[in-house]
Every structure is written in C-alpha cells, then in structure tokens.
Write a protein that binds this ligand. Sequence first.
Ligand code: 3HC
Ligand code: NAI
Length: 693
Amino acid sequence: MSDVIRTDLRGDIAIVRIDSPPVNALGHAVRAGLAEALGRLASDDSVRAIVLVGEGRGFISGADIREFGRPAQAPSLDVVIDALENSAKPVVAGIHGVALGGGLEVALACHFRVSTAGARLGLPEVTLGLLPGAGGTQRLPRAVGPALAVKMIAGGAPLSGEQALAAGLIDEVVADPTAGAEAFARRALAEGRSLRRLRDDDSRLAAARADRSIFTDAATAATARNRGLDAPRACVEAVGWALDLPFDEALVKEREAFQRLMKGDQSKAQRHVFFAEREAAKIAGLPEGVRPRPLNRVAIIGAGTMGGGIAMAFANGGVPVTLIELSEAPLKRGLEVIRKNYEASAARGGLAAEAVEARTKLIEGAVGIDKVGEADLVIEAVFETMAVKKEVFAQLDAAAKAGAVLATNTSYLDVDEIASATSRPQDVVGMHFFSPANVMKLCEIVRGAKTAPDVLATAAVAARKAAKAPVVVGVCFGFVGNRMLGVRGQQASKLMYQGVAPQQMDGVLTGFGMPMGHFAMADLAGLDVAWRSRQDHGESAPIEDALCEAGRLGQKTGKGFYQYAAGSRAPLVDPEVETLIRQTMERLGLPMRQADDAEILERLVYPMINEGAKILEEGIAARPGDIDVVWLFGYGWPVFRGGPMFYADQVGLKTIVERLAHYAAADGDTSLEPAPLLARLADQGKTFADWRP
Ligand code: 3HC
Ligand code: NAI
C-alpha cells in the first residue's frame, strides 16, 4: 500500500486520493502509488468507475521539480498517464486548488474533468524553461483548440475553473471536487456515456488544419515579448505537431524536446530561480515560533513616485491604505496619478472597471503624519535626505500606535540612524521597493541592528500581500541591489572615460538580456540628481557635467546620453553626445581606445559578482540565491541566466577570479581585486551554490 495514495470505495465507484503535502507533486512515490492503484482497480470487478482527487491545497502541482536532472525512477509519468487514458472504466478528475503542469496532464488523460470555479488549471512548464513533457502539448490543443492551447503553453498562465469550462477544458464546475466528480461518474455510468480519450479526438484541430493562421496568429501573439528564451519557441513548435503529426509520433518528439530543454542551461537557471525565490522568502536566523504582527491597514508617508506605487501594490492585494502628504496639493496630485494609472490598465484591458473603483477606494488620502491612526504598518517614502527621514520618524514615534511596524523605503540611507530618531528602534525596518513599485516584484527588507524578529516577519508578510518577493538584507550603503549597481556604474563610467561608447556598453547589457543598459537607465532616472550631489560635494565628472550643463538631463528633457523622440522612451544614439565625449576626452588629454563586447561584458558583470561575494561574506545577504532574486526581480536580470551568482557558477569562479585580477592589474584598479570569498571558493574548485556561511 502507498503512503501517499489512498483508495476508498463508495459503492461501485473508487475514489483515489493523492495525499502528498505540501502540493501533491508527482514525485516517485505518487507515480508508483497511482500506477499500483490503477492496476488494482482495473481488475476489481466491483469497481465500475474511478474518481481521482487531490487532498489538501490542490489537485496536483505538477512533476516534482526536485527530481529533474536526477536519474529517472520508474514508473515514469507516461506510464500513469497511459493507464488513466486506456482505462476501460471511466475516470473522472475532481480538481480544486491547482492542476498545473504534469497535474493538468494527468487530468487531460482522464476521460472527464470537473473543477471548482476558483481552481487554476494550466501548463506553466515554460516558466521553468521547459515544455509540457507528458502529453500536454498534444492533449490540450485537442481539448481547447490550438489557438488557446498555444497561448496557455507558451505563456504559462492558467485558466480559472470558470474559464476552463468555457474553453472546453473541463466538463462541469462543481462545489466540491470529490462529491462533484463522484456525481458526474454516476451520471456517466447511468447514461452509458462513451469515454472521451483526447488522443483519439481531433475535432478541435480541424479548423486550424484548414486555416493555419488560426494557430500561427495565436503563436505569434504568445511569443511577441519573448526575450532570448528558448522554451516559448519550443512550446509553439510542439503545439504545431498536434496539427501536423500523428499523436504518437508527436508524443515522442515532445518527450525528446522536454529532455533537451531540461538538460539545457536556460531551464537549469529557471529552476534555480523557482527555488531561490521560495528560499529567499524564508528569513534566515529567525527564532522558532516567531509570529508576524497583525496587518490590517498600511499608512504610506509621501505620495510621490514611490509612495503612489506602493499604495497601488497594497490596494491590489486588497489591503486598505492611508496615503499621507504634507499638504493638499501633492496629495491631490498623487491620488490623481494613481487613478490615471489604474484607468490606463483598464484601457489596456488589464483591469475591470469595477476593479479600478474598488482599488482606488481602498486608498484614502490624508494630510499630516498624525493621521497614521490605527495603521499596523507605516511605510515612509519621502525625500532621500537623512534629516527629513529623521524628522518624519520622530513624528511617527509620537503618532503611530504601539506595536506598529515603522518602515523606510530609503534607497541608500542608514536604517539604524533613521531608527535612532525613535524611542522604538526594534519596530523600525527597511522596506525597499523598486520603481515602478506597483510593477517591480522585489522588496528588500532591511534588517537594522535592533529590528525585532517579529517585525522582520511582518515586513515579509506585508511584502507578499503586495505581491512582492521579499529578500532580507543587512544595512550598508545601497543594500544589495544598489550597491552592486553602483559598482557596475563605476566600471561603465571608467570605460566611457577610456573612449568606449555608452551605446556599445548598453548594447552589450541588453544583448546579455538586461531590459536596459546602464546609460539608458541613467537617462530614465535623470542625470541631475547625481550632478547636484557632485556639486554639493565639490566633485566633478567632466562628461556627465557637460551633458547636464547642455540641458541634457535625461528622458525628462528629451535628451541625455541619448536623444528621445517626442513621447517615446526609446533611446536613440545622438551624434552630439559622441562629439561631446570626444571633445571632452581631447580637452582632458585622455587617450581613446576600443574594447570588444566580450571584454565589456566581463568588465561590467564580473565586478558585480565580486561585490556579491563581499556582500555574502559581510552577511548583508544570507544566501547567493537571495542576491539572484534581488537582481531578477529588482533590475530585470534575465531569468534564463538565473541571477548574477548563479551565472558566476556557470562561468566558473576560477575564470572570474583570473579576469578580475587581470583587469585590476591592467587598470591599477584595486577595487577589481578578487574578494577573499571569491578567491577562496575558486581556489577550492567550489561554487557559490556550495557556499555555507
Ligand atoms: N515540485 C517540487 N516542489 C514543489 C513543486 C513542484 N512541482 N511545486 C511546489 N513545490 C514546493 C515548493 O518548492 C515549496 O517548497 P518549500 O516549502 O520547501 O519551499 C512548497 O512546495 C510550497 O510551494 P509554494 O511556496 O510555491 O506554495 P504556494 O501555495 O505559494 O504555491 C503552487 C503553490 C501554485 C503549486 C506553486 O508552488 C507552483 O506554482 N508550483 C510549480 C508549478 C509548476 O511549475 N508545475 C509544473 C512542473 S514541471 C512539470 O510538471 C513537467 C511535466 O510537464 C512533465
Ligand atoms: P518623490 O519626490 O517623488 O516623492 C516624495 C514625496 O514625499 C513628495 O510628494 C513629498 O511631498 C512627500 N513628502 C516629503 N516630506 C514629507 C512629509 N514630511 N510628510 C509627508 N509627505 C512628505 O520621491 P520618490 O522618488 O518617491 O522617493 C521617495 C523615497 O523612495 C526616497 O527615499 C527614495 O530614495 C526612495 N526610492 C526611490 C526610488 C525611485 O526610483 N524613485 C526607488 C526606490 C526607492
């Protein structure tokens, strides 16, 4: 008998229950248990129909991702799927929670499917750099037609139970998966319904076989935003086989493509991301039994760029927000921007009109910090000046209720110094969101020297409610993300002063898969911020200063390192900038040199990895995967490269050490000397993944 598969009889119907917490993944024990149960039930004459359900949170979450890359253990998923589909007795899947990946493939092999309305049914393998490998690319098009199938398979997004019914993926929406499936089975028996085996049912393929554009248009739309990823293309190709090849032949090709992708670097990276994100959400070193504090209302101080975005993120998660400003005018402006943003998403079809109303209603404006009232969490997003932050926190100390968590969204400032402005530093924490805060998925949770464990836990829960990936980091200038970004910026600037063109460097970064290059990003942020800071500190940067003096402050003035057409954010190379750089270099007597793309990539990325090693050794980040999550979700590091520390392991730490040492010597730049941790790991032939503090 299996520990994870239980069978009980209700009259002549067998209920097969999968009970493998937490998410009923199709690991070896589940596959073996199912194969055994199906074999037994096939020869049990008292059983006339079979119902398959999941216990706990859902039906089945898919293949067990932890088994990927390890030797396969029989029975394979195909054996289970064949047993289901070939069963002479009707099999009904009763779905609740999720039926994802291999889980939906199991359901597709059943003859009938019923589901609760709120369940999620999908094939998200593409998000792991894969395609469905157990018949999903062939059975889903036969269930819902190839246009929707290619959208679901290449895009990865699931359908709700309601949508699945409309699409023909399920037969009925039910209130309870087990009772609903059992009732369906009884009816099917009573009516003598013939068993629907999707492999034998090509009816939904006919239209696209006659008019290929039904499929190709959907495929083009599904992969339109695909940046450098292999899997979406493979998904499209495989769904195409459903139109062109006999079922069994297509299945063999699907399996081969699955194996090929699974062995490839992209899927390895994307699987790393899946686990790193979940690992990062677990706070290292939190004492046993720590519980988050209640979280019913959030107050946000400052309705500017960040405050507005953070307010939207919480409202999107259903959390009521009080948005607080200094006076009526900026408050009104902030609330208007929020409404316009929601209306723009509604106009693009991303949000229902009622949702615009519901969400804007959740955000209440107020003037004055004394209005924080009963907020359980206060997030400060005012100007980035220590004096202003301290003043705000002193006011919060007086106004916030006892036990409220007081968070700062500072990008760089010392959270401990900010906390010192209060009488309750244990309640103070950093919650560093990224711009635009309603979109970017990262929240760095900055642990101060005195931050209480339950405050950290509350901040992490709050971040999740706002649909963010929380990563706990320590206090230092720029925390993890901006500190590493700063190092990249120094190297980019150094190369520019050697004559390497900004657009070449940006091209290397976007070619690598970053959404934006360094100089385009500077234009977006505005060049005047750093210019003012240089002036305050009596510093100069001749090229950047000259750009600002010429009124080229970045996107906001239509010109910066690049020029921008009216209303466009696309950076265009500007010959004026090339001249300005050349003339400045001549004036300074600096020689111009060429660098090839490979050198540029090493010079921009390896120093970030070096800084990451320092960050780990200092305990600012707890795990290499945490640094990866910061870069993936805060800066758009390409998911198929797994994050900077994962990438470093792929390149090989020995190579990185050698190249850094080479550049350090060539430039006389001590900042490029390999960090002790990096050098040690390379010496020992180890990887960051091997590292334990
Ligand atoms: N395999 C192995 N472990 C899995 C898993 C899977 N398919 N799905 C989830 N887990 C683990 C998580 O790693 C986590 O483990 P931890 O507690 O040790 O960190 C635990 O289950 C709970 O997961 P979440 O924290 O993500 O729980 P949520 O409730 O937030 O989400 C979920 C549940 C929606 C099922 C989400 O985990 C998920 O999306 N899982 C992956 C689904 C997926 O991609 N399936 C396809 C797999 S590939 C496949 O099926 C190939 C086939 O075509 C042959
Ligand atoms: P912003 O200038 O757009 O908004 C700041 C707002 O705070 C203004 O509307 C101002 O009126 C208000 N304000 C100032 N003092 C106040 C007070 N005492 N009480 C109430 N409201 C007050 O600034 P932005 O860009 O939103 O930045 C805010 C914070 O977020 C800064 O600490 C910044 O470093 C940080 N941050 C900014 C990011 C960005 O990309 N803009 C990214 C991540 C963090």
